[in-house]
Design a protein around this ligand. Structure first.
Ligand code: SF4
Ligand code: SF4
Length: 203
């Protein structure tokens, strides 16, 4: 225990107790004014996931479920389906028709990203994942799919003429072919094929 500072007469100096307070007053403040100020995260911070696209807008996810098997928290639910020429979401044979991540379970460990063979799944720096209901914290494919950037056409659409799936992964496709149009989706999505609650991601 620190020895109390006493004067020559043996009385305790009442100002000595303020020493720590005065020292702290001139130190740099550590308090962040969140949410007014949002401190940038480290570049490789593990935040909300994103399902990536190829440069022409087709999806990288092939519905293989490896991410779901790798997840220690059982937070991912995936259903794969076959592409057709009339309705193509990814360059290869299969695509992820249903994709859900339950952020009530996810511990943002990144093992799912490690397991993904196509780099379809990555993590963003977004960390504001709080909400008031269980449903809103089960993110669906529509919420996780990356937005469109220049040169992309939203899926489903035809593969780049003359290119193969391998060409996509070799970086030979850099944008959508001229005249590419979005196909009419008839079987897509969470609403078309997602299970009600019991088979999907458990809350
Ligand atoms: S980050 Fe970890 S806990 Fe979250 S979905 Fe991926 S593997 Fe599961
Ligand atoms: S995100 Fe990757 S690992 Fe998961 S189903 Fe899609 S391709 Fe497979």
């Amino acid at each position: 225990m620190a020895e109390e500072k006493k004067d020559k007469q043996g009385f305790v100096n009442p100002l000595a107790g303020f020493g720590v307070t005065f020292k702290a007053m001139f130190k740099k403040r550590l308090t962040e004014q969140y949410p007014e100020y949002k401190k940038p995260t480290a570049p490789r911070f593990h935040g909300r996931h994103q399902l990536n696209r190829h440069p022409d807008g087709l999806e990288k996810c092939i519905g293989c479920e490896l991410c779901a098997w790798a997840c220690p928290a059982d937070a991912i639910y995936v259903e794969g389906a076959d592409n057709t020429d009339e309705e193509r979401y990814s360059p290869g044979e299969r695509y992820g028709s249903v994709y859900q991540i339950n952020y009530l379970r996810c511990i943002l460990c990144g093992l799912c990203v490690e397991a993904c063979p196509t780099r379809a799944l990555t993590m963003t720096n977004e960390y504001e994942l709080a909400d008031r209901s269980r449903e809103s914290l089960i993110y669906t494919k529509d919420e996780l799919l990356a937005g469109l950037t220049e040169g992309m056409v939203d899926s489903p659409h035809a593969i780049y003429p003359g290119m193969t799936e391998k060409d996509y992964y070799s970086g030979l496709v850099t944008e959508a072919a001229p005249g590419t149009e979005r196909q009419v989706a008839v079987s897509k999505g969470e609403s078309a094929s997602a299970p009600e609650t019991s088979e999907g991601v458990q809350a």
